[in-house]
Design a protein around this ligand. Structure first.
Ligand code: CMP
Length: 140
């Protein structure tokens, strides 16, 4: 597997608890390099656009409320097998089901306030990176 890039987001529940450094350290310890990063307090429109794939799910409104409740850190991570590696270090979406040592097991409060988001596939990684970093030169 070649070096690839994925998109990562540290969510408002985590920035509110000053967990940005601890979460980023876990990503870096997993072999992922932070090649782009910025702090964003997203608008409702940005949240709805970013999570449009979930627009018909019953939790969509609550998801957009949560994501606009405070600042997030949006990041591009680079490394060998970065998409799968990031998903591994994040752990399951529901922290109650996440493996020991994962970010969500250690830090997430519940399924909605689950501290991090990460792309699930090559095409979504490209789309999500473009959504937040279009026009930004990313230096690997
Ligand atoms: P994330 O990886 O950011 O993608 C969609 C988010 O919806 C997910 O993490 C959860 O934080 C949130 N969410 C809230 N309720 C649910 C649910 N019942 N099932 C899946 N995701 C949920």
């Amino acid at each position: 597997m070649a070096v690839e890039r994925t998109f990562s987001m540290i969510k408002p529940d985590a920035t509110a608890r000053n967990l940005t450094g601890k979460i980023t350290a876990k990503l870096e310890e997993a072999g992922l390099r932070v090649v782009a990063s910025k702090r964003v307090w997203m608008s409702r429109k940005q949240a709805e656009g970013f999570y449009a794939v979930h627009k018909d799910r019953p939790f969509f409104g609550e998801l957009c409320d949560t994501m606009t409740s405070g600042p997030t850190i949006v990041q591009v991570l680079e490394g060998e097998n970065a998409i799968a590696r990031n998903r591994e270090v994040m752990g399951a979406t529901d922290p109650a089901k996440a493996a020991a040592g994962t970010i969500r097991k250690e830090f997430a409060k519940n399924i909605g306030e689950n501290s991090v988001h990460g792309s699930d596939a090559t095409d979504t990684a490209a789309q999500e990176i473009a959504y937040w970093f279009s026009g930004t030169e990313i230096v690997g």
